[in-house]
Design a protein around this ligand. Structure first.
Ligand code: PMP
Length: 408
């Protein structure tokens, strides 16, 4: 039984009222999710009882802190079904994870004329680092486009994937359209031409069970704050054989083996890629968040959210003057739209006055906006605690705004 009522009670922020007493309707979960008591308690307890820097102290607290940090790594490994904890690198979030890969790939992997493939629906975090790498090494950046329905143009794979492609990087789920991409198919096509693959799982992992070994991707990354965990912590999973070839891009304490005044040898995985004091309180709290997801059940969450998405699309599409972007076969998490004659920021601001939080703008995906010929969109995005009643409130709100504008 999916106990939505209890789940909502677990997130203290949701009980708040806004402005003149409107109940908060938080539909900006793709930007960041709220945190359950268990995560908040874990952060407080860490600083109250366990805090000491990890991996260096010879004292009791440091050892306890280190044990908790390494326990968190094991929780992440288990959540992803990775082969070993050496494959789990803690980062500050997806943006850093992708930059570490794009800047850390050995230059010897590439020859002039080689190519990297990304899709047209990437968040800037999974586009700009690859643009920079291509400019630096003189590589070609190839784009897998999407159709107006929000689904990737898989026919293009035939012309895109050839022996020049060295790396393919794409999102599991679009942060604008909510499209669930057929990643197994793309991973296989990439591997068939000898390319490595990174999957940006930022908008997937909180909705869909992930098994990196079954997916057979080389890298998978996500951010803690989108999985009900804290900010400033994230994960880079890398298949050991590939991760061990990645050059560190940060240098300093923790990541070294031997250091002389003139030279340094680097330590083992994953520490080689974790220079400096890691965000161990964040990693521990993120692990608690992943355990919370497991307790509720990732499949149960997925079912609840899929039903909500069906309901949201159905209700939203009945609003006069609304344009919903895309109609992918599988959509999870996010749905983006515009209301005729109203700027998306005005729409979001007016909804905000009703206690409804949605995001407006380009969603860090300007090429997606360019595809549809708009400068911005409003986006409603759902989480495990979202409800049909909240979707009703959103739709009533949009309808009220529509009426106000149509009278003008
Ligand atoms: N990729 C996708 C698909 C995202 O939605 C986001 C965050 N909106 C990112 C990458 C970047 O995540 P972060 O800002 O947490 O690094």
């Amino acid at each position: 039984m999916y106990d939505l009522n209890q789940i909502q009670k677990d997130f203290p922020i949701l009980a708040q009222t806004m402005y003149d007493g409107q109940k908060l309707v938080y539909l900006d979960n793709a930007a960041t999710t709220q945190k359950p008591y268990e995560v908040l308690k874990a952060i407080q307890e860490h600083y109250a009882y366990d805090n000491a820097n990890v991996h260096r102290g010879a004292h009791y607290l440091s050892n306890r802190s280190t044990q908790r940090f390494e326990w968190a790594r094991e929780v992440v490994r288990d959540f992803l079904n990775a082969g070993c904890t050496e494959e789990i690198v803690f980062t500050h979030g997806t943006t850093e994870s992708i930059n570490m890969v794009a800047s850390g790939l050995p230059e010897t992997w590439f020859r002039a004329g080689d190519a990297i493939v990304v899709t047209e629906m990437e968040h800037h975090s999974n586009l700009v680092p690859w643009q920079m790498l291509c400019k630096r090494l003189g590589l070609e950046l190839r784009i897998l486009h999407f159709c107006d329905d929000g689904m990737l143009h898989l026919d293009e794979l035939d012309s895109l994937m050839d022996e020049h492609v060295r790396f393919v990087s794409f999102c599991h789920v679009s942060n604008v359209l909510g499209t669930v991409n057929p990643i197994e198919k793309i991973i296989k096509r990439a591997h068939d031409v000898g390319a490595y693959v990174l999957v940006d799982g930022t908008q997937a992992i909180q909705h869909i069970p992930i098994d990196v070994r079954t997916l057979d991707c080389d890298f998978y990354c996500f951010s803690g704050h989108k999985v009900y965990g804290p900010n400033g912590i994230g994960v880079l999973y890398g298949r050991k054989e590939v991760l061990s070839q990645l050059n560190p891009i940060y240098f300093g304490g923790e990541m070294v083996d031997e250091v002389s005044l003139q030279d340094t040898t680097f330590g083992k995985l994953p520490y080689r890629l974790e220079a400096g004091t890691p965000n161990y309180p964040g990693a521990i709290a993120m692990a608690i968040a992943l355990q919370y997801i497991t307790k509720i059940g990732i499949c149960e969450i997925g079912h609840h959210e899929a039903a909500l998405m069906d309901y949201a699309q159905d209700q939203l599409s009945q609003i006069c003057g609304i344009q919903i972007y895309g109609s992918p076969e599988k959509r999870i998490g996010s749905v983006s739209f515009n209301l005729k004659g109203i700027d998306c920021y005005d729409l979001a601001c007016m909804l905000d006055k009703m206690g409804i939080a949605v995001r407006a703008g380009s969603h860090c995906a300007q090429p997606v906006m360019a595809h549809y010929g708009v400068s911005g969109m409003a986006r409603a995005s759902f989480a495990m605690y979202s409800s049909e009643a909240e979707i009703d409130t959103l739709c009533c709100g949009i309808q009220r705004i529509s009426k106000i504008f149509s009278r003008r």
